[in-house]
Design a binder for this molecule. Structure first.
Ligand code: UDX
Length: 452
């Protein structure tokens, strides 16, 4: 089938390349010419395992072409996906400028009876708004909300093995065509009305964020009560009604979706004069995690000024170079302001980090970053950190301390090599607490906690 995709960001480019791999003939339009030129050269503007190769294969085989001409992408395709960004605008409501530009292009392409599927995450009611815009422009298109659930770092696998596909439409032609496209993926296809589909996307991301803030609040209590939050999460998750996923305590969630979608859902509630208490609390807990982590570092190192911190990880999560709303970057920014010296390493985000924080000193690998460090801070859950040679790192640091903000599996090798390890939820003495059960200052006593 001829398919047009508007937008070559994470979602648009992934969709284009994966649809091309399925055998469709895809034209992907991106109006940012610099971005487009880079992609055409075979370089992605972001790190995503396997995607550059998939794009190149699609182009080479003639199933995928990239253009800055929106009209060309939508002109001859019976199916068009809108996959443009919807960044946070005023009051947390998404900015729909790019989406409306895409709809204008569809109107001017004058191709009637098209199915227009909205992949961008959009406020409840947007599909109806798009239908109205198309009708006003004299187009008889069939519109469907078709939210995506791709996770950065695993977008290709997520595309081909989705938990479900959502088609939000009351239009039988749109439901039929989209079901045909998704049928080979062999997953549940849920057809709802457009508003419900739009809400499912927001509610799903808000629920994932809620799980994270919930376990982070539990971690805060575990720290004082001397319980191991990783084991608490495993014990909770053994109940299938709770599940293991998204119960990893740490410095909190970031990225281009969870924070933005929480704000958007909150803004929607407020538009109806409702108070989204849980959503507000989820954001509040998440924001507080960063400061709580910094306080932990301050306590363990007896202050930040002049201390050298080896920072492992800058991206908002492992497997990506994306720094959008990265808790790691926010923490680095604050500890630099507090007078610490930072030597950072990230397997993929170095270039982006230098642009975002030009004063940041980045190192080519973890070992160089560790040289002379008073502590190693783990701020992104890169699997690479689990394979590090902790004996070698022990010989490079000034003080053998690991403060893990992500609960990666390094406690055993690090402690075996002589590091004191402090994971999320691990107890440390706290100057503001007076509880008799508090343990002595963990770093000075070289005590090792191994939670995480
Ligand atoms: C998310 C949704 O998972 C995906 O379905 C949607 O399409 C887009 O938004 P993504 O932003 O790629 O995907 O990241 P995700 O894997 O959800 O992680 C988000 C953040 O939560 C990261 O900062 C991650 O480090 C953090 N996280 C995740 C935790 O702190 N603990 C966990 O247990 C899981």
């Amino acid at each position: 089938m001829n398919i047009g995709v508007i937008g070559a960001g994470y979602v648009g480019l992934t969709f284009s390349a994966c649809l091309a791999k399925m055998g469709h003939r895809v034209i992907c339009a991106e109006k940012d010419r610099d971005r487009l030129a880079t992609i055409k050269e075979g370089i992605l503007p972001f790190y995503e395992p396997g995607l550059a190769e998939l794009v190149a294969t699609g182009v080479r085989q003639g199933n995928l072409s990239l253009t800055d001409d929106l009209k060309a992408a939508v002109g001859h395709a019976p199916l068009v996906f809108i996959a443009v960004g919807t960044p946070s605008g005023t009051n947390g409501e998404p900015d729909l400028t790019a989406l409306e530009e895409a709809v204008d292009a569809i109107v001017s392409a004058a191709n009637d009876d098209q199915v227009v599927a909205i992949k961008s995450t959009v406020p409840v009611g947007t599909s109806e708004h798009v239908s109205t815009m198309l009708a006003r422009g004299g187009r008889s298109a069939h519109v469907a909300a078709n939210p995506e659930f791709l996770r950065e770092g695993s977008v290709i696998d997520d595309f081909f093995h989705p938990y479900r596909v959502l088609i939000g439409t009351t239009d039988a032609a749109a439901a039929r065509l989209l079901s045909t496209v998704y049928h080979p993926l062999a997953c549940p296809i849920l057809v709802t009305d457009p508003r419900t589909a739009e809400m499912i996307k927001y509610a799903s991301n808000a629920f994932l964020a809620t799980k994270i803030s919930f376990i982070n609040e539990i971690a805060m209590i575990c720290e004082r009560a001397h319980a191991d939050v990783a084991e608490v999460a495993a014990g909770m998750g053994a109940d299938p009604r709770i599940g293991q996923a998204f119960l990893k305590a740490g410095i909190g969630f970031g990225g281009s979706c969870l924070p933005k979608d929480l704000r958007a859902l909150g803004a929607l509630a407020r538009r109806y004069a409702l108070t989204p208490s849980i959503l507000d609390a989820v954001i509040q807990v998440n924001d507080a995690q960063r400061q709580r982590f910094i306080e932990r570092v301050e306590i363990l190192l007896d202050g930040l000024p002049g201390k050298t911190l080896a920072v492992f990880g800058l991206a908002f999560k492992g497997g990506t170079s994306d720094l959008r709303e990265s808790p790691a970057l926010a923490i680095v920014d604050r500890v630099l302001t507090a007078g610490a010296i930072v030597r950072a390493f990230d397997p993929a985000a170095e270039e982006a980090a230098k642009r975002a924080l030009p004063v940041l000193h980045c190192c080519p690998d973890a070992y160089e970053a560790a040289e002379g460090a008073d502590a190693i801070l783990i701020l992104t859950e890169w699997p690479e950190f689990e394979a590090l040679d902790w004996g070698r790192l022990r010989g490079l640091v000034r003080r053998p301390v690991v403060i893990d903000g992500r609960g990666v599996q390094v406690a055993s090798p690090a402690t075996r090599a002589g590091f004191a390890y402090f994971g999320p939820g691990g107890a440390i003495a706290h100057p503001r607490s007076s509880g008799a059960s508090e343990r002595p200052h963990a770093f000075r006593s070289a005590e090792r906690t191994t939670s995480g």
